[in-house]
Design a protein around this ligand. Structure first.
Ligand code: HEC
Length: 174
């Protein structure tokens, strides 16, 4: 069939613009998959770290002179950060931390704690630092054991799933 010249140009331009619109969308797909993979890693780490703190508290922390699992966790997080794997911070959400350095510090941490206290069980943001992308994510810590109140007197007023703390992750998206 004979297609007039002008019509061919119009059709060509339409194809080209479709391609230009679609390309960035296609390029976004692997990035989304990478974010989802990173979320899964955070969920796994979160479970491992929290299970370890609970098990250590249950089996090794018997009076207020014993090394708290929280202190051990902070030492572990420092070691993990120094090795360049990822960053995790143990945050206070009760308003009365034992150590002030554990209070939410930057805008992300403050917003995360507010959202978790409002009932969310996940808060995240994708950030860029020196051309690298990171997932920042925060998860709640409730008063999981009666024993927690042995050193944290103020936790007695918190019930059920209400968070008294949070874990705040910064992890590279690869
Ligand atoms: C033996 C005492 C002790 C027990 C038991 C204990 N903690 Fe802690 N916790 C501490 C100390 C001390 C720190 C401060 C650690 C630091 O900053 O080095 C701390 C820090 C924390 C923080 C960070 C905010 C803050 O107060 O500085 C959270 C959240 C926390 N603990 C949660 C818990 C939970 C949940 C439990 C029960 C599973 C628990 N703790 C049991 C002593 C204890």
């Amino acid at each position: 069939m004979h297609v007039p010249f002008l019509q061919r140009i119009v059709a060509g331009a339409a194809c080209l613009s479709l391609l230009l619109v679609c390309c960035p969308l296609l390029a976004d797909e692997p990035a989304d998959a990478a974010v989802e993979r990173t979320r899964k890693t955070v969920r796994m780490l979160d479970d491992v770290y929290k299970s370890a703190v609970v098990l250590i508290t249950q089996h090794y922390v018997n009076d207020s002179d014993d090394l708290p699992a929280g202190t051990a966790a902070i030492a572990l997080f420092d070691a993990v950060k120094k090795k360049g794997w990822h960053e995790v911070r143990l945050l206070d959400a009760s308003g009365e931390p034992i150590d002030d350095k554990n209070s939410p510090q930057d805008a992300f941490e403050k917003q995360a704690v507010a959202q978790l206290k409002a009932g969310k069980n996940w808060f995240e943001q994708v950030v860029e630092k020196e051309d690298k992308k990171y997932l920042r994510a925060a998860t709640p810590i409730p008063v999981v054991l009666e024993k927690c109140t042995m050193c944290h007197e103020n936790y007695k007023q918190f019930r059920g799933a209400q968070p008294i703390g949070a874990l705040s992750y910064t992890i590279p998206i690869e």
